[in-house]
Design a protein around this ligand. Sequence first.
Ligand code: EPU
Length: 443
Amino acid sequence: MGLEAAGDFQLAVPWWRPAGGQSVRIRGGRPLRGTYALCGAKNAVLPLMVSALLTPHLVTLRNVPATLDVAVLAALLRRLGAELHWSTTDARLSVTICASRIDPRAIDGDLVGRMRASVLLLGALLARCGEACLPLPGGDDIGLRAVDFHLSGLRAMGARIEVAAGVIHASAPAGLLGADILLPQPSVGATENLMLAAVLANGTTTVRNAAREPEIANMAACLVGMGARISGLGSHTLVIEGGLPLVGAVHDVIPDRIELGTLACAAAVTDGELMLRGGRLDLLGAALPALQSAGVDLREVEGGLIARRAPGGLIGIDIETRPHPGFATDLQAPVMALLATAKGASAVTETIFEQRFRHVGELGRMGADIAVHGRTAMVRGVPRLSGAEVTCTDIRAAAALVIAGLGAAGETILGGVAHLDRGYERMTEKLADCGADVVRSDR
Ligand code: EPU
């Protein structure tokens, strides 16, 4: 798998191993009960790990999720010359990254191809080393997922960029310059890439129509802790004063709001009750009222949230995915699995990615009544799903199939489990600890 370069990650996380050809068997119908410890957000930790490349000083990240994507990015950073030291305190994983010497030419193309977030190396390496050369990034097959906003923003900052034979060649021999950039759409990755480049550029960069996801504010807080000057956090306009020397920092990764929403759905579907340790309502944006209307009871308690089915049962709702604080596209599939057995009909509209309905066919194999018309899936709730052999096609589709399997009658066999492990730390094991009948097997 090429992950040996993740270094002592394996020692810090002894249970971890790449999922490879594993499958998961779920026998549904058992209510989940107990405490489920949420991890740091996958989509926060990846840009934070790349931020560490901007300084020769030590950056320590705490509350790191031990997911496959983190292992892949760790391996990529090590190939570039960074040193990574992992440690565990109170079951929380931390990593300290030392990027005192970086070779921007030591990119591992295979690893880049496995993860969309690797495109963030472009902004960081250009800013730190004046050059970057990497294959167009891979990741989930959920739409076109172009990088044109990233490239045109970096070009506006003075980078020379060519794309040939699927490889991005970028250079800025005289350094990057601050610029006024308007994003055509509030792209999460482009906002992050431009922030990475702008903190080391000469002059001030303004990013208009910037994404406002909590993971961006978390990354900006880390950069500010490293000495950067960034204003407008949480708004559509970020102003970054570049060129300040960056020092080391110790930073906490925010809790994973998508893991939170996923597990809340799982608790409600099985009519159980989970204490989601580390969960916070304020992270959910429009997903909070949507989940509540669908019959998911969420209550803040000390140290986290209690999630369970509301007394009135699950009820169909209409949702439309939007950039934050709108309904998160990453929760669309998990919530659709919940709506599959809700009373009445639901219209689920996906506006962020063109091909994010690949779970629909798999849910159909389990008895769900879902018809896709363009960007909208019409879900007619059925009393119960039934177990089937299904395949995970992306991270959130995998989460949806787990939720469906937990609530279904009989046995569900999931293939393509590596998708689940890309974004969720030990999900199947943690579910088993909460009473689910879930086992992994090699096949
Ligand atoms: N887009 C372009 N050109 C660009 C950039 C984006 O056309 O240069 C389009 C995309 O094709 C998409 C839309 O803009 O239609 C939004 O994409 P965005 O750039 O915001 O997404 P991303 O940065 O590729 C991150 C998360 C995704 C999450 C989206 C939206 C990470 C590593 N990935 O992707 O997470 O769905 O934001 O919130 O942060 C997941 O965790 O399962 C996942 C896919």
